[in-house]
Design a binder for this molecule. Structure first.
Ligand SMILES: [Zn+2]
Length: 89
């Protein structure tokens, strides 16, 4: 499984639900996720704690990704691409 963990810049792919809940609380979005008010940034399906795949920061917003491999892959690609762009500046 994908296991990247960085809270600083927020690329967070973790399956460990306890540390995930901690991270969500730290970001202040735990209630939204627990209450089912969040959707996957890529496929748009509702994301709860059980199917949350990861988090990442994009355009100043925290985006949530479901646990489908396709969406996790897209999130990883998006954050990697942005990192490359930042390095070129
Ligand atoms: Zn998704």
């Amino acid at each position: 499984m994908l296991k990247e963990r960085r809270i600083g810049e927020i690329a967070f792919y973790a399956i460990d639900s306890r540390s995930l809940a901690d991270a969500l609380k730290k970001l202040g979005i735990y209630d939204d996720v627990a209450g089912g008010r969040t959707r996957c940034y890529f496929c748009g399906q509702p994301v709860a704690v059980e199917n949350l795949g990861g988090l990442f920061k994009h355009e100043g917003q925290i985006r949530i990704v479901c646990n489908s491999i396709k969406c996790l892959y897209e999130a990883a690609w998006l954050t990697a691409r942005r990192r490359m762009q930042q390095r070129q500046k």
